[in-house]
Design a protein around this ligand. Structure first.
Ligand SMILES: [Zn+2]
Ligand SMILES: [Zn+2]
Length: 433
């Protein structure tokens, strides 16, 4: 397929707030592992705003956007049936022009230590789409480096039965953009929380560390277990920040708690914006509430503190998910958790210092889990959720939708302004509209 000489892109110019829609040369294959993807739809994300606001300094203009779904239109020389024999990741042998794909917000090789371990967000060769080093997806075309390790095929090669194929046909293109970042990130935050060793005593109704050594009955007998009370077994969680990632984290929590209906769980969801709190409440209502007749409340910061104090008799929450990426949010999480509490933070922190002091961390036995989601390895698990909850993720502009609107790429500058000021929810760009 021959590509047009030029294409349309959204470019950000230094020092900040200067978004321009431009016609530039169409990207070409530069390396044998590259793919060129024709964008179907691209997302505008809260983390695009770090550079837009000038918080993240940059010297040269660049094509924005790290969330996109598209169709492969060109492949480098590495893509052939012999790739499997060379030990390359499977997509080098199976990816074809015409395949629908999504990409994580960073490229990842699937061949280095971190990728093999499942920590693709820290791939040794990772590059962030929509940065000075790699043009992003708010465009008509994008070059994907290390595409055989980075891209995810929709549907994946293992979807073969008629029933599965039919189910995949119902996935909306708009919802695929959620796969690039926010759904895997929300799921990652929820998973890290619920799998944390300090949460297991409540989930398994066994004290620490018996909850960790389930196979070791002999030692468990010696541990002289005092039975947990119903109050001990209650799980109280806080979610701080109810943007799209926060909403995905809540949906993921509910989904993972669904398998354990005897678990009593209470979730307080905190945000400064009323519109976000309302949306969170509507989504939880639509899903059917917190499994096991649990409680869900949305709150402002002060209300959140009061609710946690009331619910827990002043103990604090077992764990908090911090999604804002701001020191105030981290401080709030620290304040809300009880001793041996867990904070999972997936917000993009830019500050040189965090407001936590060593004595405070020690005295509260704080577990702090920080950082970027390994989106590529979370993909298959996030996709299951995306398929299952198309009622939430598939819609645009509804009361319970994570995506507020799909606009033409020509409306990029106005959309950035509105999104930055909180005047609209998540915006997607259709570059062909
Ligand atoms: Zn994003
Ligand atoms: Zn890697």
């Amino acid at each position: 397929m021959s590509l047009p000489e030029t294409h349309k892109v959204v470019r950000l110019y230094p020092p900040s707030h200067d978004i321009r829609v431009e016609i530039v040369p169409t990207p070409k294959i530069e390396h044998a592992d590259d793919a060129i993807v024709r964008i179907i739809i691209a997302g505008l994300c809260g983390s695009d705003l770090h550079a837009y606001r000038g918080h993240d300094k940059f010297a040269n203009s660049f094509v924005c956007g790290h969330e996109f779904a598209g169709e492969v239109v060109a492949l480098g020389e590495s893509y052939s049936e012999t790739a499997a024999a060379l030990g390359r990741p499977p997509l080098y042998a199976t990816l074809k022009v015409g395949d629908k794909v999504v990409a994580p917000f960073t490229s990842s090789c699937s061949e280095c230590h971190f990728c093999r371990m499942g920590f693709t967000g820290r791939c040794e060769k990772c590059l962030l789409f929509g940065s000075q080093r790699l043009s992003g997806g708010q465009a008509q075309y994008v070059r994907v480096p290390l595409a055989g390790g980075t891209l995810f095929k929709i549907p994946p090669d293992n979807v073969k039965t008629e029933e599965d194929i039919t189910q995949w046909k119902h996935i909306s293109n708009a919802s695929l953009v959620l796969m690039a970042d926010i759904l895997p990130t929300g799921l990652f935050a929820a998973t890290q929380l619920l799998q944390h060793p300090n949460i297991l005593p409540a989930l398994k109704s066994k004290p620490f560390p018996v909850s960790l050594y389930e196979g070791n009955q002999k030692a468990a007998v010696g541990a002289n277990i005092i039975p947990l009370t119903d109050v001990d077994k209650q799980l109280t969680l806080a979610v701080i920040g109810l943007g799209p990632v926060g909403l995905c984290a809540i949906v993921s929590l509910l989904e993972q708690l669904e398998s354990n209906k005897s678990q009593s769980t209470r979730i307080v969801a905190i945000d400064l914006l009323e519109s976000r709190r309302t949306k969170a409440a509507e989504i939880v209502k639509k899903i059917g509430g917190v499994p096991g007749n649990g409680l869900f409340k949305t709150a402002t910061i002060d209300e959140g503190k009061k609710i946690v104090a009331e619910w827990t008799g002043g103990l604090g929450v077992n764990a908090a998910i911090e999604i804002v990426g701001h020191n105030d949010a981290l401080e709030l999480a620290f304040e809300l958790i009880r001793p041996f509490g867990v904070i999972t933070s997936v917000g993009v922190h830019q500050n040189h210092q965090v407001p936590l002091i060593g004595k405070g961390l020690y005295d509260k036995n704080v577990s702090l889990v920080f950082g970027r989601c390994p989106v590529r390895t979370m993909f298959p698990f996030a996709l299951e959720l995306l398929l299952k909850r198309q009622d939430i993720f598939g819609d645009v502009g509804q009361e319970t939708s994570l995506i507020d609107r799909v606009v033409s790429i020509d409306e990029a500058a106005e959309s950035y302004v509105m999104f930055d000021k909180g005047l609209c929810g998540k915006v997607l760009f259709d570059p062909w509209k």
